[in-house]
Ligand binder design. Structure first.
Ligand SMILES: [Zn+2]
Length: 194
């Protein structure tokens, strides 16, 4: 049995979380400490799982995330704080440490952040343009299909909608396909409300 398995037998995620300040209700629900949780979304017992943000893991994982530690450091902390007396310095663990510890995520450079945002906006624009083009095609269809037979005939609401929106939507499509990054970004921020 390695240290992580032994730890799991000795302490639950819930015990560990409560020790480090989490208030857990009797049914095991609690407000998730890993996102801005207004209502209890996290179930915590042997392991924990947040229904809102998807955070999950065991006792060691909880401490690792909470304090920004590696799995190994987290295990050591629990071992100390709970006086478990598990002997940590043996060869089996060392191997586990090397294979189990993820490298600390490196902080992205400014260029990488910009690239990330551009990629995100790029995907958003593609989706938005697709939706708008589909809508535009419907409006073209409605304009023909629901065209009033005569000036006196009642206008179908879809015909009216098509007349009102067609030029606006065409403009948006143009802007998103050919506009500058700033224009597109501006539009994505306003969510299309103008
Ligand atoms: Zn959460």
């Amino acid at each position: 049995m390695n240290i992580f398995q032994e730890m799991k037998e000795r302490v639950t995620a819930r015990q560990v979380a409560e020790r480090y300040g989490l208030k857990v209700s009797r049914n095991g629900m609690t407000r998730c400490p890993f996102h801005n949780d207004k209502h209890p979304s996290m179930k915590i017992d042997q392991n924990y799982y947040c229904f809102a943000c998807g955070a999950k893991g065991d006792a060691v994982n909880y401490v690792a995330v909470l304090f920004g530690l590696s799995q190994f450091e987290a295990a050591k902390k629990i071992n100390d704080d709970f006086s478990l007396g598990i002997s940590i310095e043996n060869t089996g663990i060392r191997r586990k440490q090397n294979s189990g510890v993820r490298e600390k995520e490196k902080i992205p450079t400014k260029e990488e952040r910009i690239q990330f945002v551009q990629k995100k906006i790029g995907g958003w624009v593609k989706d938005a343009v697709n939706v708008l083009l589909r809508y535009l095609r419907w409006m073209e269809f409605w304009k023909e299909f629901y065209k009033p037979e005569s000036m006196e005939a009642e206008w179908n609401p879809l015909f009216v909608e098509a007349l009102q929106n067609e030029s606006k939507i065409s403009y948006l499509v143009d802007m998103m396909m050919f506009g500058t990054d700033e224009e597109v970004l501006d539009f994505s921020r306003t969510d299309g409300r103008r």
